[in-house]
Design a protein around this ligand. Structure first.
Ligand SMILES: [Mg+2]
Length: 305
């Protein structure tokens, strides 16, 4: 039986790669937002701004969060969250994005394998739609978006937000199963078992960030796939040339072996892929998987044990 019943995608850093240029555009927008907040506008204060810029980069490098970096400049918590979200959404990255035919092919492949999918992102709906349009995806079922002014129930990184996207995915699945049930009844097909019982493990979250995406998704019981683009060609070349060379300090990189070209299993409910396009191969693998770790099927005679 299939263990991939639904896929929930993150948007930024997952459906498109956050290249250094894109990260630079986001950083610039963060910095001008912070400068506005700190009222540094006069040209005479530019040197101060560049010092702030350096400090900001350092904080961001350590904290990996724009909200947390804002707080280091004494921006109050709520305001820091609001400003960082706004700057992220308003950063003009769209001009660096274009139609991604390989991504469209991936979505086609999921359609062909009858796996429904949707989006759960920390972005606002309007800017999320703009990004999707740029990638060439005019419509992607949205399962949850962050909303401006929310007290974060739908924001990334919160259990509430992930629960919501999970239940919305479940709603989509329910529609599908009800349709199938109706079809079977109308066609006189005998229904042998319950058409659907909800199992969060069969809903797969695909994201890029461990802290904001992967961990909370696991916490609400979903299975996860992490896009690990830092395992790019230079890393692969190194491993391929000398599999015993484990000099890279990053643990996940160490465990990436040449025979795991496109994906690897970290846990039964936790996979890593090198880029989003590899998801199609992973899904095919999971759908065809009959024997997997703790999900191992017992032979019929052992069932009573
Ligand atoms: Mg992301």
């Amino acid at each position: 039986m299939s263990r991939v019943e639904h896929i929930v995608f993150d948007l930024d850093g997952t459906l498109y790669e956050q290249t250094p240029v894109i990260l630079g555009v986001i950083y610039d927008k963060m910095l001008t937002t912070l400068a506005d907040y700190l009222r540094i506008k006069e040209p005479g204060k530019w040197s101060k701004l560049s010092k702030i810029g350096d400090a900001y980069l350092e904080y961001y490098g350590q904290l990996k969060s724009h909200t947390e970096a804002f707080k280091m400049f004494k921006v109050p918590d709520e305001e820091a969250k609001r400003l960082a979200t706004q700057a992220f959404n308003e950063a003009d990255i769209e001009r660096y994005l274009g139609q991604d035919n390989k991504l469209l092919a991936l979505l086609d492949r999921l359609d062909n394998r009858n796996v429904p999918y949707g989006l759960y992102t920390g972005r606002w709906k309007e800017t999320g739609d703009d990004v999707l349009k740029k990638l060439g995806i005019p419509s992607l079922k949205r399962l949850a978006w962050a909303e401006f002014g929310d007290k974060y129930p739908k924001s990334m990184g919160t259990t509430e937000g992930f629960k919501q996207s999970l239940w919305n995915a479940n709603g989509q699945l329910r529609d599908r199963y009800e349709k199938k049930l109706k079809h079977d009844r109308e066609n006189g097909i005998k229904i042998r078992r319950k058409p659907y019982s909800f199992n969060p493990k069969n809903v797969w979250y695909v994201g890029d960030r461990e802290d904001m995406e992967i961990k909370p998704a696991l916490k609400v019981g979903m299975s996860v796939v992490r896009v690990c683009r830092e395992f790019g060609p230079p890393f692969y070349d190194k491993v391929a040339s000398d599999p015993a060379d484990n000099s890279d300090p990053r643990e996940e990189q160490k465990s990436w072996k040449p025979n795991h070209l496109l994906f690897q299993r970290k846990e039964p409910d936790h996979y890593l892929i090198r880029d989003i396009y590899s998801l199609g191969v992973l899904v095919d693998h999971l759908l065809d998987l009959k024997d997997s770790g703790p999900y191992k099927l017992l032979p019929k005679s052992d069932k009573k044990l």
